[in-house]
Write a protein that binds this ligand. Sequence first.
Ligand code: PDD
Length: 284
Amino acid sequence: MSRTVYVNGQYVPEEDAKISVFDRGFLFADGVYEVTSVLGGKLIDFAAHATRLERSLGELQMESPVAKDELLEIHRELVRANDITDGLIYLQITRGAADRDFAFPENATPTIVLFTQSKPGLANSPAAQTGIKVISIEDQRWGRRDIKTVQLLYPSMGKMMAKAAGADDAWMVEDGHVTEGTSNNAYIVKGNTIITRHLGNEILHGITRAAVLAFAREAQMKVEERAFTIDEALQADEAFITSASSFVMPVVEIDGTGIGNGEPGSVAQRLREIYLDESLKKAV
Ligand code: PDD
């Protein structure tokens, strides 16, 4: 069965979902996106994703073609039309189509596209039991990583470097310190302290990160928001990542060296449980 996709105000079968070759998302990566997970047919952390989307748009002087409550309705309609129990909803807004020119066009109408990806058992991924392996690579992205733009070529290359090295993902390093994973935020645990890079332009302000750190503090765990090095990570007791698609995922190996005892750590496992339980309660 063909997926139903949302394009500029219409729900259409995916084969009929089309945008212009002059779209600035295509020509300039002039667009922003969000990925929201769906568990049990409900949206996880929707409000926070919608708020970050507004911020990304604002930073690029773009307007949303759709109001926030309408956005929720579109997400829900796509979940319904595609019968999604567990999966992801991808949303992209670009500055729209205009004759090719580096300067922003004056009157382009933004393009909006949303589609679903069905992922049955998303919250029970086997990787959560075994943990993932990461390699470290240089962070060669642009300087405004706090804006969730569709410029994902370097993260894609990073993923390919990881694959070539027999790993699952890459942690990016700038000026000797870890920024984040290719599509997730990075953490280490030493004793009972969770360490993750402070917010700034160097990383995406993860929605899962914000929720997980709040739950960790509520559970009386110590949190340090500061940069750390790969050497420090190699000496840590545990490591993990967070994202809307992986929730909390243990990291068991960095650059071929096992972290802690080489098994998923108890802090990561506990945070994963708390995050899934609590966000399911608030899911819409
Ligand atoms: N990626 N850092 C980067 C570079 C990301 O691309 C993502 C999300 C995150 C985690 O953010 P959040 O917790 O809000 O998902 C951090 C999404 C899932 C993706 O590109 O598929």
